[in-house]
Design a protein around this ligand. Structure first.
Ligand code: CO
Length: 295
């Protein structure tokens, strides 16, 4: 361990949170069968995380087809999965703010029409992980990701990135682009980062779609509204879903605070291409990446 390394002091908690997130990801992939209710899938994945003593670090993202990210079901969502849907299961778990973020893609019903996209995203993730070096360039990861995705004849999405993670901060200061030439930063030993390539047969960029039912406190709302203060105590500045707020007084407080919350639109592929995603949370170790989000 180098003298300047920035390992979290509770590294084993980060490993444990990531192990829980990885098993939640696999559960979500297994439950994604034709006819499954997307709302129930989200609830089951998040319940599993809580049953392991962790909390969801953000609502289960269950984006389909040309939706790249940031869709979670609302309390009213009645959609069911259909054969051929290309579903991204992107989940996060945290233990006292030690966060893990991980994703994979499944083609519902095993129709195998989009295998090349799923494999491109996974190849991109593997190549990016192999390029991690303490003191190395973020750009080395980006170049490896893009090359692996293009080798499958499809495109990386240029405006979605991986990210560094800090306690209670899902997207900390550093972006990990999925194409080269976009970052001049270096990796530091002991950092935790998420590498998350997206592969598409569309234009390779995203636009904002409708509200995806995910919100976040930008800052501590203070103590003047007790219901709001209680919610901030639970979610801090991490993204959360209206599905998680069931007490009537908290529902009402959320409605009053609506304008002060950050709201996330669904990211939709600009050419309405199909999108696959693969993501791991990794530790920048002394000799390279240690993949944390493993089952
Ligand atoms: Co992420």
């Amino acid at each position: 361990m180098s003298r300047t390394a920035r390992y979290p002091p509770d590294l084993d908690r980060w490993r444990e949170a990531a192990h829980i997130a990885a098993r939640a990801r696999e559960l979500g992939l297994r439950l994604a069968v034709p006819g499954a209710r997307i709302r129930e899938l989200a609830d089951e994945v998040e319940s599993f995380i809580r049953s392991q003593g962790a909390q969801p670090a953000f609502p289960a993202n269950l984006s389909r087809n040309d939706q790249a990210a940031h869709f979670t079901p609302s309390p009213e969502t009645t959609d069911v999965l259909e054969t051929g849907d290309l579903l991204k299961v992107d989940v996060g778990a945290h233990l006292d703010g030690a966060i893990a973020d991980t994703a994979d893609t499944v083609e519902v019903g095993g129709t195998h029409r989009w295998d090349h996209l799923v494999l491109a995203a996974r190849d991109g993730r593997a190549a990016g992980i192999a390029a991690v070096r303490p003191g190395g360039l973020v750009d080395d990861i980006s170049r490896a990701v893009a090359r692996a995705i293009r080798a499958r004849g499809v495109k990386p999405i240029v405006d979605l990135t991986g990210h560094s993670i800090e306690r209670y901060l899902l997207h900390a200061g550093k972006s990990i682009p999925n194409v080269p030439g976009a970052s001049g930063e270096t990796l530091e030993e002991g950092e935790v980062i998420a590498i998350e390539p997206f592969a598409t047969n569309g234009r390779g960029s995203i636009g904002n779609g409708p509200f995806g039912n995910i919100v976040r406190f930008r800052r501590d709302p203070g103590a003047s509204d007790p219901a709001l203060a209680a919610m901030f105590g639970r979610f801090r500045t991490l993204p959360f879903a209206a599905r998680w707020v069931t007490a009537p007084e908290e529902r009402a407080a959320l409605e009053r605070a609506r304008r002060t919350l950050q709201t996330y639109p669904v990211f939709v592929e600009r050419g309405h291409g199909h999108v696959a995603q693969a993501e791991h949370t990794v530790l920048v170790g002394a000799s390279g990446a240690e993949v944390l989000s493993v089952v």
